[in-house]
Write a protein that binds this ligand. Structure first.
Ligand SMILES: *Cc1c(COP(=O)(O)O)cnc(C)c1O
Length: 471
């Protein structure tokens, strides 16, 4: 598999180069030259395969030139001792992506990436410095994934005062090969600084730099796996039991006790539409930088039985506005209670635009923006029914409900039975949930994190400040 820059099709690179450099030299993002296709036999067995089997089959064609099959097998087995349970709550399907060590979906990308980097860098003597900007969860997942990895150090940039205490402890509480920088600015400032650092000739001379943001294709590839796995399970009618893979949330209601919401959420609609061998599955993806949604689009391109996406945004509505007006206007980010989605200039839009025309995007993706008030109301209402949503997943939940209630037939059709992608465990956002009366027990892995001490350095949102911190 070859990869090229979104800005230049003439200089393809292999997976190792795309992964270890992150951003192409011309400032573009690496995209695949073509999409590998699932075989018919894999597609029809998705419902029966384990998560790691699907991970192996899905990731293999993307990396096989640089990572041999046996090594890849070890990587996926050690990266994913937890899975991605598909559960039912209040008459909706929820894909819970928060069962990894940092309780957000970012673990899926970061844990693969750490192991892949470690293999790709075998025998290298110069240390690798990973620079990553975070709106909250990436930093924790990358820090956890790479903690203790020999020959690799990680510097995480996060917007000072705009992430939760737990998130800060996940990033700035590890020490060792992980350093934390609190940037006086927004996530967009952090992201800009990382991009500037990659373009800086002095830094390039003195350090071997890599990125672990979703500008890095090595993070997106493993994220295609859960879309593929979940779409297979939806079609085979498989629902994971609550309580086994899923900690009991909310008031400990059993799955069967959770009453259905109003609206058409019912799954029966699923089988009515679609047709062909594989009726399409729909996903609603709470989005900020649009890495997660792009990974879903990649699974779709590979032939996973997916028919439609709902891009759920908070007040940072750059992409929903683009889908409506046809004009892409990046803007400064707005702070919301779903802070990991506070992105006004989503980097992965460049990938989406490289793969799809505006019309194609409009057919495949419905954009919805949700306010903080709507998010809070949704958390309260769904909690009363027995399931606890974190603020990001609540944006997705509300987006689905808004579309169900909208007048347009195609919007309702594209929403029916949608799988809501749950991006974080609610216990990560107790500051936001507490005032709403939504409480959940903190899982033991997160309790341990709360005992850590924060060690961080505050910097101005300027390249010079970042450079002196790094050198
Ligand atoms: C990162 C994150 C998002 C946004 O994902 P993108 O890939 O940036 O669109 C949503 N929810 C949570 C909890 C996150 O950590």
């Amino acid at each position: 598999m070859r990869y090229y820059s979104t800005r230049n099709k003439n200089e393809p690179v292999n997976f190792a180069v795309a992964a270890l450099t992150g951003l192409a030299p011309d400032g573009g993002l690496y995209i695949p030259q073509e999409f590998p296709q699932f075989s018919k036999s894999v597609k029809s067995s998705l419902g029966k395969m384990t998560y790691t089997e699907i991970a192996f089959e899905t990731i293999k064609p993307w990396v096989i030139d640089d990572i041999p099959a046996g090594v890849l097998e070890d990587i996926v087995n050690s990266a994913y001792p937890f899975g991605a349970p598909l559960i039912e709550a209040c008459g909706r399907r929820v894909l819970e992506l928060f069962h990894g060590p940092t309780a957000a979906f970012k673990d899926f990308g970061a844990r693969f990436m750490a192991r892949a980097f470690s293999y790709l860098r075998r025998g290298e003597t110069r240390p690798l410095t990973i620079l990553t900007a975070t709106s909250g969860d990436t930093g924790g997942a990358v820090a956890d994934g790479f903690f203790g990895t020999e020959g690799i150090s990680v510097t995480v940039l996060y917007p000072k005062g705009r992430i939760s205490e737990l998130q800060e402890k996940q990033i700035a509480g590890l020490g060792g090969n992980i350093s934390a920088l609190a940037v006086e600015g927004s996530f967009d400032d952090c992201q800009r600084l990382v991009k500037q650092a990659f373009g800086d000739s002095e830094l390039k001379k003195r350090l071997v730099l890599a990125s672990a943001n979703s500008i890095n294709v090595a993070r997106l590839i493993p994220q295609t796996v859960y879309y593929t796995a979940a779409s297979g399970r939806v079609l085979s009618g498989h629902i994971d039991p609550d309580g086994e893979a899923t900690p009991r949330l909310g008031r400990g209601a059993l799955r069967g006790d959770i009453p259905a919401e109003g609206g058409s959420g019912g799954f029966a609609v699923q089988s009515r539409s679609g047709g062909g061998d594989f009726p399409p599955v729909r996903f609603c993806v709470p989005s900020g930088n649009f890495g997660n949604l792009t990974a879903g689009l990649y699974a779709y391109k590979m032939g996973a039985p997916i028919g439609h996406f709902i891009a759920a945004a908070n007040a940072n509505r750059t992409v929903p506005d683009y889908l409506e007006s046809g004009k892409y206007e990046a803007r400064p980010s707005i702070a919301t209670i779903s802070n990991a989605m506070d992105v006004g200039a989503p980097s992965n839009f460049e990938r989406m635009a490289a793969h799809f025309s505006l019309d194609e995007m409009r057919n495949l993706i419905t954009g919805v923006s949700v306010t903080d008030d709507e998010t809070r109301e949704t958390i309260r209402e769904v909690f009363d029914k027995g399931y606890c949503l974190d603020p990001h997943t609540a944006v997705g939940w509300r987006a689905v409900r808004k579309l169900e209630h909208s007048q347009s037939g195609s919007a309702a059709e594209n929403t029916a039975g949608a799988v809501i992608v749950s991006t974080a465990h609610p216990a990560k956002f107790r500051e936001a949930l507490g005032p709403l009366g939504a409480q959940v027990p903190v899982p033991p892995s997160l309790q341990k994190v709360m005992e850590r001490k924060i060690v961080t350095v505050t910097i101005r949102a300027e390249l010079d400040a970042l450079k002196s911190a790094l050198l």
